[in-house]
Design a protein around this ligand. Sequence first.
Ligand code: GCB
Length: 600
Amino acid sequence: MIHKIFLFLAFIFGVQTLSYTQETLINVDHRDTQSLNGQWDIIVDPLESGYYNFHLNEYAEGAAKGFFSDAKPKDKTELLEYSFDTSEKLHVPGDWNSQKEKLFLYEGTIWYRKHFNYNLPKNKRLFVYFGAVNYEAVVYLNGKKIGTHIGGFTPFNFEITDFVASGKNTLVVKVNNTRKKDAIPSTMLDWWNYGGINRRVLLIEEEQTLVQDYHIQLAKDSFEKIKGWVQLNGKDKQQKVTISIPEANVSETIKTDANGYAAFTINTKLTLWSPENPKLYTVHINAETAKITDEIGFRSIQVKGTDILLNGKPIVLNGICIHEESPVREGRAYTPEDAQILLNWAKELNCNYVRLAHYPHNEYMTRLADKMGLMVWSEIPVYWALEWDNPEVYKNASTQLKDMITRDKNKASVIIWSVANETPKSDARNTFLRNLADQARAQDPTRLISAALLHGKVDGKMTINDPIGAYMDILACNEYTGWYGNTDPKQFDYKWETKYNKPLIMSEFGAGALQGFHADADTRWSEEFQARVYERQFPMLDKIPFLRGTSPWILKDFRSAKRLLPDYQDYYNRKGLISEFGEKKQAFYLLQAYYKKKVQ
Ligand code: GCB
Protein backbone atom coordinates (compact mmCIF):
# COMPACT_ATOMS: atom_id res chain seq x y z
CA MET A 1 0.00 0.00 0.00
CA ILE A 2 2.75 2.41 1.04
CA HIS A 3 4.51 2.01 -2.30
CA LYS A 4 1.23 2.72 -4.09
CA ILE A 5 0.90 6.01 -2.24
CA PHE A 6 4.52 6.81 -3.06
CA LEU A 7 4.03 5.97 -6.69
CA PHE A 8 0.87 8.05 -6.81
CA LEU A 9 2.69 11.02 -5.32
CA ALA A 10 5.66 10.40 -7.59
CA PHE A 11 3.29 10.30 -10.54
CA ILE A 12 1.75 13.63 -9.57
CA PHE A 13 5.11 15.30 -8.97
CA GLY A 14 7.04 13.22 -11.45
CA VAL A 15 5.58 15.04 -14.44
CA GLN A 16 7.62 18.04 -13.32
CA THR A 17 11.22 18.11 -14.55
CA LEU A 18 13.97 17.10 -12.15
CA SER A 19 15.33 19.78 -9.92
CA TYR A 20 17.75 22.13 -11.68
CA THR A 21 16.70 21.27 -15.23
CA GLN A 22 14.53 23.72 -17.10
CA GLU A 23 11.79 23.20 -19.65
CA THR A 24 13.45 22.18 -22.90
CA LEU A 25 13.14 24.24 -26.03
CA ILE A 26 11.91 22.03 -28.83
CA ASN A 27 12.85 22.16 -32.50
CA VAL A 28 16.39 23.44 -31.97
CA ASP A 29 17.08 22.89 -35.68
CA HIS A 30 15.01 25.97 -36.49
CA ARG A 31 16.40 28.25 -33.80
CA ASP A 32 19.28 30.71 -33.84
CA THR A 33 22.14 28.51 -32.64
CA GLN A 34 25.90 28.39 -32.36
CA SER A 35 27.54 24.97 -32.19
CA LEU A 36 29.90 24.10 -29.36
CA ASN A 37 30.82 20.80 -31.00
CA GLY A 38 34.48 20.04 -31.56
CA GLN A 39 37.47 19.29 -29.37
CA TRP A 40 36.91 19.74 -25.63
CA ASP A 41 39.63 19.54 -22.98
CA ILE A 42 39.04 16.71 -20.56
CA ILE A 43 40.23 15.37 -17.21
CA VAL A 44 39.57 11.73 -16.35
CA ASP A 45 38.73 11.80 -12.64
CA PRO A 46 37.86 8.33 -11.31
CA LEU A 47 37.80 9.48 -7.65
CA GLU A 48 35.96 12.74 -8.36
CA SER A 49 38.83 14.56 -6.70
CA GLY A 50 37.83 17.67 -8.59
CA TYR A 51 34.50 17.62 -6.81
CA TYR A 52 35.26 16.37 -3.26
CA ASN A 53 38.11 17.05 -0.87
CA PHE A 54 39.89 14.22 0.96
CA HIS A 55 37.14 14.06 3.59
CA LEU A 56 34.51 13.83 0.88
CA ASN A 57 33.18 17.35 1.34
CA GLU A 58 32.09 19.03 -1.87
CA TYR A 59 34.21 21.97 -2.96
CA ALA A 60 32.26 25.19 -2.71
CA GLU A 61 31.77 27.44 -5.69
CA GLY A 62 34.87 29.56 -6.07
CA ALA A 63 37.24 26.95 -4.57
CA ALA A 64 40.26 26.79 -6.86
CA LYS A 65 40.60 23.07 -6.23
CA GLY A 66 37.18 22.37 -7.73
CA PHE A 67 37.83 21.53 -11.36
CA PHE A 68 34.74 23.55 -12.29
CA SER A 69 36.76 26.65 -11.35
CA ASP A 70 39.23 25.94 -14.16
CA ALA A 71 41.79 27.75 -11.97
CA LYS A 72 45.47 28.40 -12.75
CA PRO A 73 48.15 28.74 -10.06
CA LYS A 74 48.36 32.43 -9.12
CA ASP A 75 52.10 32.18 -8.71
CA LYS A 76 54.78 29.55 -8.69
CA THR A 77 54.14 28.65 -5.04
CA GLU A 78 50.49 27.71 -5.40
CA LEU A 79 49.68 24.01 -5.49
CA LEU A 80 46.96 23.03 -7.95
CA GLU A 81 46.80 19.41 -9.01
CA TYR A 82 44.90 19.72 -12.28
CA SER A 83 45.06 21.63 -15.52
CA PHE A 84 42.65 21.66 -18.42
CA ASP A 85 45.20 23.64 -20.43
CA THR A 86 47.63 20.75 -20.64
CA SER A 87 45.04 17.99 -20.56
CA GLU A 88 43.86 15.49 -23.13
CA LYS A 89 41.00 16.13 -25.53
CA LEU A 90 37.84 14.39 -26.64
CA HIS A 91 35.54 15.13 -29.52
CA VAL A 92 32.07 16.36 -28.67
CA PRO A 93 29.69 14.89 -29.55
CA GLY A 94 30.96 11.38 -29.05
CA ASP A 95 31.26 8.75 -26.38
CA TRP A 96 34.58 8.49 -24.57
CA ASN A 97 34.80 4.67 -24.65
CA SER A 98 35.45 4.50 -28.36
CA GLN A 99 37.69 7.57 -28.63
CA LYS A 100 40.54 6.40 -26.41
CA GLU A 101 41.61 2.84 -25.90
CA LYS A 102 42.24 3.33 -22.19
CA LEU A 103 38.63 4.50 -21.77
CA PHE A 104 37.11 1.48 -23.50
CA LEU A 105 35.69 0.03 -20.28
CA TYR A 106 35.73 3.24 -18.26
CA GLU A 107 32.73 4.01 -16.10
CA GLY A 108 33.10 7.02 -13.86
CA THR A 109 33.64 10.75 -14.10
CA ILE A 110 35.22 12.84 -16.82
CA TRP A 111 35.35 16.63 -16.71
CA TYR A 112 34.92 18.49 -20.00
CA ARG A 113 35.91 22.11 -20.67
CA LYS A 114 35.13 24.35 -23.61
CA HIS A 115 35.92 28.03 -24.10
CA PHE A 116 33.62 30.12 -26.25
CA ASN A 117 33.26 33.78 -27.10
CA TYR A 118 29.92 35.47 -26.99
CA ASN A 119 28.43 38.92 -27.06
CA LEU A 120 24.80 38.66 -26.19
CA PRO A 121 22.71 41.60 -27.40
CA LYS A 122 20.98 43.36 -24.49
CA ASN A 123 17.44 42.33 -25.36
CA LYS A 124 18.20 38.66 -26.02
CA ARG A 125 18.35 35.49 -23.94
CA LEU A 126 20.88 32.69 -24.16
CA PHE A 127 20.55 28.97 -23.43
CA VAL A 128 23.06 26.15 -23.47
CA TYR A 129 21.52 23.00 -24.94
CA PHE A 130 22.73 19.39 -24.73
CA GLY A 131 21.23 16.79 -27.09
CA ALA A 132 22.16 14.07 -24.56
CA VAL A 133 24.81 13.38 -21.94
CA ASN A 134 25.22 9.91 -20.45
CA TYR A 135 24.38 9.67 -17.59
CA GLU A 136 24.65 12.50 -15.12
CA ALA A 137 25.74 16.00 -16.08
CA VAL A 138 26.65 18.87 -13.78
CA VAL A 139 27.10 22.03 -15.79
CA TYR A 140 29.13 25.13 -14.80
CA LEU A 141 29.55 28.40 -16.60
CA ASN A 142 32.44 30.60 -15.56
CA GLY A 143 32.75 28.67 -12.29
CA LYS A 144 29.07 28.85 -11.40
CA LYS A 145 26.90 25.75 -11.22
CA ILE A 146 24.01 26.32 -13.61
CA GLY A 147 22.30 22.96 -13.53
CA THR A 148 22.32 19.21 -13.29
CA HIS A 149 20.63 16.55 -15.36
CA ILE A 150 20.25 12.80 -15.17
CA GLY A 151 19.25 10.44 -17.95
CA GLY A 152 21.49 9.61 -20.90
CA PHE A 153 19.21 10.02 -23.89
CA THR A 154 17.03 13.09 -23.56
CA PRO A 155 17.85 16.71 -24.32
CA PHE A 156 18.08 19.47 -21.72
CA ASN A 157 18.98 23.13 -21.59
CA PHE A 158 19.81 25.80 -19.05
CA GLU A 159 19.33 29.51 -19.41
CA ILE A 160 22.65 31.35 -19.09
CA THR A 161 21.49 34.88 -19.94
CA ASP A 162 22.55 36.17 -16.50
CA PHE A 163 25.81 34.24 -16.35
CA VAL A 164 27.31 34.62 -19.79
CA ALA A 165 30.20 37.11 -19.96
CA SER A 166 30.82 39.45 -22.88
CA GLY A 167 33.78 37.91 -24.65
CA LYS A 168 35.41 34.77 -23.30
CA ASN A 169 33.45 32.16 -21.36
CA THR A 170 34.33 28.81 -19.84
CA LEU A 171 31.85 25.96 -19.88
CA VAL A 172 32.71 22.96 -17.69
CA VAL A 173 30.64 19.78 -17.54
CA LYS A 174 31.17 16.95 -15.08
CA VAL A 175 29.90 13.78 -16.71
CA ASN A 176 29.46 10.55 -14.77
CA ASN A 177 28.24 7.29 -16.32
CA THR A 178 28.56 5.02 -13.27
CA ARG A 179 25.81 2.41 -13.41
CA LYS A 180 23.58 2.47 -10.36
CA LYS A 181 20.84 0.24 -9.09
CA ASP A 182 18.48 3.19 -8.73
CA ALA A 183 19.23 4.60 -12.19
CA ILE A 184 17.40 4.11 -15.51
CA PRO A 185 18.66 1.90 -17.02
CA SER A 186 19.90 0.08 -13.96
CA THR A 187 23.14 -1.91 -13.61
CA MET A 188 22.36 -4.85 -15.94
CA LEU A 189 21.97 -4.00 -19.60
CA ASP A 190 22.72 -5.53 -22.97
CA TRP A 191 24.24 -2.50 -24.65
CA TRP A 192 27.37 -0.45 -24.08
CA ASN A 193 27.20 2.12 -21.33
CA TYR A 194 28.77 4.76 -23.55
CA GLY A 195 29.78 7.70 -21.35
CA GLY A 196 30.19 11.26 -22.46
CA ILE A 197 28.59 14.22 -24.14
CA ASN A 198 27.11 11.96 -26.77
CA ARG A 199 25.04 14.45 -28.76
CA ARG A 200 25.48 18.01 -29.98
CA VAL A 201 25.94 21.02 -27.71
CA LEU A 202 24.44 24.31 -28.84
CA LEU A 203 24.09 27.86 -27.66
CA ILE A 204 20.59 29.05 -28.46
CA GLU A 205 19.97 32.78 -28.72
CA GLU A 206 16.37 33.72 -28.20
CA GLU A 207 13.98 36.61 -27.80
CA GLN A 208 12.93 37.89 -24.36
CA THR A 209 9.65 36.08 -24.83
CA LEU A 210 10.06 33.04 -26.99
CA VAL A 211 8.12 30.12 -28.40
CA GLN A 212 9.21 27.37 -26.05
CA ASP A 213 7.03 24.49 -27.12
CA TYR A 214 4.01 23.57 -29.22
CA HIS A 215 1.98 20.56 -30.18
CA ILE A 216 0.59 20.59 -33.70
CA GLN A 217 -0.88 17.28 -34.90
CA LEU A 218 -4.14 15.88 -36.19
CA ALA A 219 -6.67 15.52 -33.40
CA LYS A 220 -7.14 12.01 -32.10
CA ASP A 221 -9.51 10.04 -34.33
CA SER A 222 -9.75 12.80 -36.91
CA PHE A 223 -8.39 13.30 -40.43
CA GLU A 224 -9.47 16.88 -40.92
CA LYS A 225 -8.89 18.62 -37.65
CA ILE A 226 -5.59 19.91 -36.33
CA LYS A 227 -5.53 20.22 -32.57
CA GLY A 228 -2.74 21.71 -30.59
CA TRP A 229 -1.32 24.29 -28.25
CA VAL A 230 1.49 26.80 -27.99
CA GLN A 231 3.58 27.66 -24.95
CA LEU A 232 5.45 30.96 -24.73
CA ASN A 233 8.22 31.57 -22.22
CA GLY A 234 9.21 35.03 -21.01
CA LYS A 235 7.79 38.22 -19.58
CA ASP A 236 5.20 39.09 -22.24
CA LYS A 237 3.09 36.02 -21.86
CA GLN A 238 -0.14 37.34 -23.30
CA GLN A 239 0.31 37.64 -27.02
CA LYS A 240 -1.37 37.01 -30.30
CA VAL A 241 0.10 33.93 -31.97
CA THR A 242 -0.60 32.99 -35.58
CA ILE A 243 -0.28 29.39 -36.70
CA SER A 244 -0.04 29.28 -40.46
CA ILE A 245 0.44 26.57 -43.05
CA PRO A 246 0.58 28.51 -46.33
CA GLU A 247 0.45 25.43 -48.55
CA ALA A 248 -2.84 24.41 -46.94
CA ASN A 249 -4.24 27.94 -46.73
CA VAL A 250 -4.31 27.74 -42.96
CA SER A 251 -3.91 30.80 -40.79
CA GLU A 252 -5.30 30.87 -37.29
CA THR A 253 -4.65 33.52 -34.69
CA ILE A 254 -5.02 32.77 -31.00
CA LYS A 255 -4.27 34.60 -27.78
CA THR A 256 -2.05 33.14 -25.08
CA ASP A 257 -3.18 33.36 -21.45
CA ALA A 258 -1.36 34.68 -18.40
CA ASN A 259 0.78 31.53 -18.41
CA GLY A 260 1.77 31.99 -22.05
CA TYR A 261 -0.43 29.08 -23.15
CA ALA A 262 -3.11 28.81 -25.79
CA ALA A 263 -4.86 25.81 -27.29
CA PHE A 264 -6.44 25.73 -30.75
CA THR A 265 -8.38 23.60 -33.20
CA ILE A 266 -8.20 24.13 -36.95
CA ASN A 267 -10.45 22.40 -39.48
CA THR A 268 -8.65 21.76 -42.72
CA LYS A 269 -8.10 19.16 -45.41
CA LEU A 270 -4.51 18.04 -45.72
CA THR A 271 -2.54 15.49 -47.66
CA LEU A 272 -1.92 12.92 -44.96
CA TRP A 273 1.59 11.64 -44.16
CA SER A 274 2.25 7.99 -44.92
CA PRO A 275 5.25 5.81 -45.82
CA GLU A 276 4.17 5.99 -49.47
CA ASN A 277 3.86 9.77 -49.36
CA PRO A 278 5.71 11.28 -46.38
CA LYS A 279 4.23 14.72 -46.93
CA LEU A 280 5.55 17.44 -44.60
CA TYR A 281 4.09 20.94 -44.42
CA THR A 282 6.00 24.05 -43.48
CA VAL A 283 4.29 25.39 -40.37
CA HIS A 284 4.91 28.91 -39.04
CA ILE A 285 4.26 29.84 -35.43
CA ASN A 286 4.44 33.60 -35.23
CA ALA A 287 4.02 35.29 -31.86
CA GLU A 288 4.34 39.05 -31.47
CA THR A 289 7.86 38.85 -30.05
CA ALA A 290 9.18 35.61 -31.55
CA LYS A 291 8.61 33.11 -34.29
CA ILE A 292 9.64 29.63 -35.32
CA THR A 293 9.12 27.37 -38.31
CA ASP A 294 8.80 23.60 -38.43
CA GLU A 295 8.26 20.83 -40.99
CA ILE A 296 5.30 18.79 -39.80
CA GLY A 297 3.45 15.80 -41.19
CA PHE A 298 -0.15 15.01 -40.32
CA ARG A 299 -1.49 11.50 -39.99
CA SER A 300 -3.78 9.49 -37.83
CA ILE A 301 -2.83 6.31 -36.00
CA GLN A 302 -5.40 4.16 -34.20
CA VAL A 303 -6.15 0.62 -33.18
CA LYS A 304 -9.41 -1.17 -33.79
CA GLY A 305 -9.65 -4.68 -32.39
CA THR A 306 -6.50 -6.40 -33.58
CA ASP A 307 -5.87 -3.90 -36.38
CA ILE A 308 -3.54 -0.92 -36.51
CA LEU A 309 -5.00 1.81 -38.71
CA LEU A 310 -2.89 4.45 -40.41
CA ASN A 311 -5.12 7.20 -41.75
CA GLY A 312 -8.02 4.83 -41.24
CA LYS A 313 -6.54 1.92 -43.20
CA PRO A 314 -5.19 -1.31 -41.72
CA ILE A 315 -1.40 -1.56 -41.92
CA VAL A 316 1.29 -4.08 -41.15
CA LEU A 317 4.52 -2.83 -39.62
CA ASN A 318 7.50 -4.39 -41.38
CA GLY A 319 10.30 -3.26 -39.17
CA ILE A 320 13.72 -3.75 -37.70
CA CYS A 321 15.21 -2.86 -34.30
CA ILE A 322 18.10 -0.40 -34.26
CA HIS A 323 20.59 0.59 -31.55
CA GLU A 324 22.12 4.03 -31.78
CA GLU A 325 25.56 2.95 -32.95
CA SER A 326 27.49 4.42 -35.82
CA PRO A 327 27.50 2.43 -39.05
CA VAL A 328 30.91 3.83 -40.01
CA ARG A 329 32.86 4.19 -36.74
CA GLU A 330 33.05 2.52 -33.37
CA GLY A 331 30.67 3.89 -30.78
CA ARG A 332 27.54 5.98 -30.58
CA ALA A 333 26.01 7.41 -33.72
CA TYR A 334 25.92 11.20 -33.60
CA THR A 335 25.82 12.66 -37.10
CA PRO A 336 22.97 13.12 -39.60
CA GLU A 337 25.02 10.89 -41.94
CA ASP A 338 25.00 8.06 -39.38
CA ALA A 339 21.22 8.35 -39.19
CA GLN A 340 20.95 8.37 -42.98
CA ILE A 341 22.97 5.15 -43.39
CA LEU A 342 21.05 3.32 -40.65
CA LEU A 343 17.67 4.29 -42.05
CA ASN A 344 18.79 3.59 -45.64
CA TRP A 345 19.58 0.03 -44.54
CA ALA A 346 16.09 -0.22 -43.06
CA LYS A 347 14.66 0.92 -46.39
CA GLU A 348 16.85 -1.57 -48.23
CA LEU A 349 15.24 -4.28 -46.09
CA ASN A 350 11.85 -3.06 -47.38
CA CYS A 351 10.90 -1.78 -43.92
CA ASN A 352 8.15 0.76 -43.40
CA TYR A 353 8.88 0.87 -39.67
CA VAL A 354 11.79 0.95 -37.21
CA ARG A 355 11.96 0.23 -33.52
CA LEU A 356 14.48 2.65 -32.00
CA ALA A 357 15.73 0.56 -29.08
CA HIS A 358 16.09 0.95 -26.06
CA TYR A 359 16.08 4.69 -25.43
CA PRO A 360 15.20 7.83 -27.35
CA HIS A 361 17.62 8.15 -30.27
CA ASN A 362 19.18 11.31 -31.63
CA GLU A 363 16.63 13.73 -33.08
CA TYR A 364 18.35 13.30 -36.45
CA MET A 365 16.74 9.86 -36.62
CA THR A 366 13.15 10.97 -36.10
CA ARG A 367 13.54 14.02 -38.37
CA LEU A 368 14.87 11.80 -41.10
CA ALA A 369 12.22 9.12 -40.50
CA ASP A 370 9.65 11.90 -41.03
CA LYS A 371 11.22 12.71 -44.40
CA MET A 372 11.83 9.11 -45.48
CA GLY A 373 8.40 7.81 -44.54
CA LEU A 374 9.46 5.34 -41.86
CA MET A 375 7.13 4.80 -38.92
CA VAL A 376 8.88 4.81 -35.55
CA TRP A 377 8.59 3.11 -32.18
CA SER A 378 10.34 5.28 -29.60
CA GLU A 379 11.13 4.00 -26.13
CA ILE A 380 12.54 4.96 -22.74
CA PRO A 381 15.25 2.85 -21.09
CA VAL A 382 12.90 1.30 -18.53
CA TYR A 383 14.70 -1.95 -19.19
CA TRP A 384 14.87 -5.29 -17.36
CA ALA A 385 15.12 -4.86 -13.58
CA LEU A 386 14.54 -1.47 -11.93
CA GLU A 387 13.75 -0.45 -8.37
CA TRP A 388 10.02 -0.42 -8.97
CA ASP A 389 9.28 0.58 -5.36
CA ASN A 390 11.54 3.60 -5.34
CA PRO A 391 9.64 6.88 -5.94
CA GLU A 392 12.83 8.60 -7.16
CA VAL A 393 13.19 5.94 -9.85
CA TYR A 394 9.61 6.50 -10.90
CA LYS A 395 10.20 10.24 -11.02
CA ASN A 396 13.23 9.66 -13.23
CA ALA A 397 11.27 7.38 -15.61
CA SER A 398 8.45 9.86 -15.70
CA THR A 399 10.82 12.69 -16.59
CA GLN A 400 12.55 10.69 -19.32
CA LEU A 401 9.16 9.80 -20.78
CA LYS A 402 7.99 13.38 -20.63
CA ASP A 403 11.18 14.65 -22.28
CA MET A 404 11.05 12.02 -25.05
CA ILE A 405 7.47 13.00 -25.87
CA THR A 406 8.20 16.71 -25.60
CA ARG A 407 10.97 16.52 -28.19
CA ASP A 408 9.25 14.34 -30.78
CA LYS A 409 5.53 14.86 -30.36
CA ASN A 410 5.26 16.78 -33.64
CA LYS A 411 7.00 14.07 -35.68
CA ALA A 412 4.51 12.21 -37.86
CA SER A 413 6.85 9.24 -38.07
CA VAL A 414 6.55 8.47 -34.37
CA ILE A 415 3.47 6.31 -33.93
CA ILE A 416 4.26 4.43 -30.72
CA TRP A 417 5.61 5.49 -27.34
CA SER A 418 6.98 2.48 -25.52
CA VAL A 419 7.24 2.62 -21.75
CA ALA A 420 9.33 -0.50 -21.04
CA ASN A 421 11.28 -3.50 -22.29
CA GLU A 422 11.14 -7.01 -20.80
CA THR A 423 10.46 -6.02 -17.23
CA PRO A 424 9.80 -8.65 -14.55
CA LYS A 425 6.18 -8.88 -13.41
CA SER A 426 5.28 -7.68 -9.90
CA ASP A 427 2.59 -5.49 -8.38
CA ALA A 428 4.99 -2.59 -7.98
CA ARG A 429 6.19 -2.87 -11.58
CA ASN A 430 2.61 -3.13 -12.87
CA THR A 431 1.64 0.08 -11.07
CA PHE A 432 4.81 1.80 -12.27
CA LEU A 433 4.16 0.93 -15.93
CA ARG A 434 0.46 1.64 -15.76
CA ASN A 435 1.20 5.11 -14.42
CA LEU A 436 3.72 5.71 -17.20
CA ALA A 437 1.17 4.64 -19.80
CA ASP A 438 -1.41 7.00 -18.27
CA GLN A 439 1.10 9.82 -18.28
CA ALA A 440 2.04 9.25 -21.93
CA ARG A 441 -1.64 9.26 -22.94
CA ALA A 442 -2.33 12.42 -20.99
CA GLN A 443 0.63 14.22 -22.55
CA ASP A 444 0.02 12.92 -26.06
CA PRO A 445 -3.40 11.44 -26.76
CA THR A 446 -2.63 11.05 -30.47
CA ARG A 447 -0.20 8.12 -30.32
CA LEU A 448 -0.30 4.47 -29.35
CA ILE A 449 1.25 3.13 -26.16
CA SER A 450 3.12 -0.14 -25.95
CA ALA A 451 5.84 -2.02 -24.06
CA ALA A 452 7.93 -5.01 -25.08
CA LEU A 453 6.68 -7.92 -22.96
CA LEU A 454 7.75 -11.49 -22.36
CA HIS A 455 5.65 -14.54 -23.11
CA GLY A 456 5.27 -17.89 -21.41
CA LYS A 457 4.46 -21.41 -22.49
CA VAL A 458 1.10 -22.53 -21.11
CA ASP A 459 -0.40 -25.91 -22.12
CA GLY A 460 1.92 -26.16 -25.09
CA LYS A 461 0.95 -22.71 -26.38
CA MET A 462 2.94 -19.49 -26.48
CA THR A 463 0.90 -17.15 -24.32
CA ILE A 464 1.03 -13.40 -23.84
CA ASN A 465 -0.72 -12.81 -20.55
CA ASP A 466 1.34 -10.09 -18.88
CA PRO A 467 -1.15 -8.03 -16.81
CA ILE A 468 0.35 -4.82 -18.16
CA GLY A 469 -1.06 -5.82 -21.57
CA ALA A 470 -4.37 -4.47 -20.29
CA TYR A 471 -2.99 -0.92 -20.32
CA MET A 472 -1.32 -1.03 -23.72
CA ASP A 473 -2.85 -0.12 -27.09
CA ILE A 474 -0.55 -2.57 -28.83
CA LEU A 475 0.91 -5.76 -27.41
CA ALA A 476 4.56 -6.31 -28.11
CA CYS A 477 6.55 -9.43 -27.43
CA ASN A 478 10.22 -10.36 -27.54
CA GLU A 479 10.67 -14.01 -28.42
CA TYR A 480 13.83 -15.89 -29.23
CA THR A 481 12.43 -19.17 -30.47
CA GLY A 482 15.33 -21.24 -31.78
CA TRP A 483 18.06 -19.21 -30.08
CA TYR A 484 17.71 -19.11 -26.30
CA GLY A 485 16.84 -22.55 -25.01
CA ASN A 486 16.89 -25.44 -27.39
CA THR A 487 16.77 -25.53 -31.15
CA ASP A 488 13.96 -28.06 -31.50
CA PRO A 489 12.09 -27.09 -34.70
CA LYS A 490 8.78 -28.20 -33.14
CA GLN A 491 8.73 -24.98 -31.14
CA PHE A 492 7.96 -23.10 -34.32
CA ASP A 493 4.69 -25.03 -34.60
CA TYR A 494 3.34 -23.85 -31.24
CA LYS A 495 0.20 -21.78 -31.39
CA TRP A 496 0.34 -18.20 -30.16
CA GLU A 497 -2.49 -16.84 -28.08
CA THR A 498 -3.42 -13.96 -25.87
CA LYS A 499 -6.41 -12.99 -23.79
CA TYR A 500 -6.28 -9.44 -25.12
CA ASN A 501 -8.15 -8.39 -28.23
CA LYS A 502 -5.29 -6.19 -29.42
CA PRO A 503 -2.76 -6.09 -32.25
CA LEU A 504 0.61 -7.72 -31.60
CA ILE A 505 4.03 -6.61 -32.75
CA MET A 506 6.75 -9.23 -32.45
CA SER A 507 9.14 -6.62 -31.16
CA GLU A 508 12.20 -8.93 -31.14
CA PHE A 509 13.36 -12.27 -32.46
CA GLY A 510 16.66 -13.38 -33.95
CA ALA A 511 19.87 -15.29 -33.48
CA GLY A 512 23.58 -14.53 -33.22
CA ALA A 513 26.00 -15.01 -36.10
CA LEU A 514 29.53 -13.92 -36.77
CA GLN A 515 29.56 -12.42 -40.25
CA GLY A 516 31.78 -14.49 -42.53
CA PHE A 517 31.66 -17.61 -40.34
CA HIS A 518 30.11 -20.40 -42.37
CA ALA A 519 29.17 -23.88 -41.17
CA ASP A 520 26.12 -26.13 -41.19
CA ALA A 521 22.86 -24.69 -39.84
CA ASP A 522 23.19 -26.59 -36.55
CA THR A 523 26.39 -24.75 -35.66
CA ARG A 524 25.94 -21.78 -33.35
CA TRP A 525 27.41 -18.47 -34.53
CA SER A 526 27.35 -19.46 -38.19
CA GLU A 527 25.48 -17.30 -40.67
CA GLU A 528 23.63 -20.47 -41.66
CA PHE A 529 22.34 -20.97 -38.09
CA GLN A 530 21.00 -17.41 -37.97
CA ALA A 531 19.48 -17.73 -41.43
CA ARG A 532 17.65 -20.93 -40.47
CA VAL A 533 16.16 -19.30 -37.38
CA TYR A 534 14.75 -16.60 -39.66
CA GLU A 535 13.49 -19.15 -42.18
CA ARG A 536 11.66 -21.08 -39.48
CA GLN A 537 10.36 -17.93 -37.88
CA PHE A 538 8.45 -16.60 -40.88
CA PRO A 539 5.85 -19.39 -41.23
CA MET A 540 5.29 -19.29 -37.46
CA LEU A 541 4.68 -15.54 -37.57
CA ASP A 542 2.39 -15.83 -40.58
CA LYS A 543 0.11 -18.10 -38.57
CA ILE A 544 -0.50 -15.65 -35.72
CA PRO A 545 -3.91 -14.13 -36.53
CA PHE A 546 -3.45 -10.99 -34.42
CA LEU A 547 0.12 -10.20 -35.53
CA ARG A 548 0.38 -6.74 -37.12
CA GLY A 549 4.09 -6.05 -37.04
CA THR A 550 7.61 -7.39 -36.64
CA SER A 551 10.94 -5.85 -35.71
CA PRO A 552 13.61 -8.55 -35.54
CA TRP A 553 16.65 -8.04 -33.37
CA ILE A 554 18.64 -6.27 -34.85
CA LEU A 555 19.92 -4.23 -37.79
CA LYS A 556 23.62 -4.20 -36.88
CA ASP A 557 25.91 -5.96 -34.41
CA PHE A 558 26.34 -3.71 -31.40
CA ARG A 559 28.70 -3.41 -28.47
CA SER A 560 27.67 -5.06 -25.23
CA ALA A 561 29.74 -5.72 -22.13
CA LYS A 562 27.48 -8.71 -21.52
CA ARG A 563 28.70 -10.58 -24.60
CA LEU A 564 32.05 -12.08 -23.70
CA LEU A 565 32.63 -15.20 -25.76
CA PRO A 566 36.06 -14.90 -27.39
CA ASP A 567 36.31 -15.14 -31.17
CA TYR A 568 32.55 -15.00 -31.73
CA GLN A 569 31.35 -12.15 -29.57
CA ASP A 570 34.32 -10.17 -28.23
CA TYR A 571 32.01 -7.63 -26.57
CA TYR A 572 29.54 -7.61 -29.47
CA ASN A 573 25.95 -8.78 -29.49
CA ARG A 574 26.01 -10.68 -32.79
CA LYS A 575 22.32 -10.73 -33.59
CA GLY A 576 22.82 -8.04 -36.21
CA LEU A 577 21.84 -8.64 -39.83
CA ILE A 578 24.88 -6.52 -40.65
CA SER A 579 28.31 -6.68 -39.01
CA GLU A 580 29.99 -3.76 -37.26
CA PHE A 581 31.93 -3.26 -40.50
CA GLY A 582 28.76 -2.88 -42.57
CA GLU A 583 28.85 -6.36 -44.13
CA LYS A 584 25.51 -8.08 -44.60
CA LYS A 585 24.84 -11.58 -43.31
CA GLN A 586 22.65 -14.15 -45.09
CA ALA A 587 19.67 -13.42 -42.86
CA PHE A 588 19.60 -9.81 -44.12
CA TYR A 589 18.56 -11.03 -47.54
CA LEU A 590 15.97 -13.43 -46.11
CA LEU A 591 14.25 -10.66 -44.20
CA GLN A 592 14.48 -8.38 -47.23
CA ALA A 593 12.71 -11.00 -49.36
CA TYR A 594 10.11 -11.72 -46.66
CA TYR A 595 9.15 -8.06 -46.41
CA LYS A 596 9.16 -7.65 -50.18
CA LYS A 597 6.63 -10.45 -50.48
CA LYS A 598 4.48 -8.94 -47.76
CA VAL A 599 4.11 -5.61 -49.52
CA GLN A 600 3.36 -7.12 -52.94
C1 GCB B 1 16.26 -8.93 -25.53
C2 GCB B 1 16.53 -7.54 -25.14
C3 GCB B 1 17.66 -6.93 -25.92
C4 GCB B 1 18.80 -7.92 -26.01
C5 GCB B 1 18.31 -9.15 -26.74
C6 GCB B 1 19.37 -10.25 -26.83
O1 GCB B 1 15.22 -9.46 -25.34
O2 GCB B 1 15.39 -6.73 -25.24
O3 GCB B 1 18.06 -5.75 -25.31
O4 GCB B 1 19.93 -7.37 -26.61
O5 GCB B 1 17.22 -9.69 -26.09
O6 GCB B 1 20.20 -10.21 -27.69
O7 GCB B 1 19.31 -11.15 -25.99
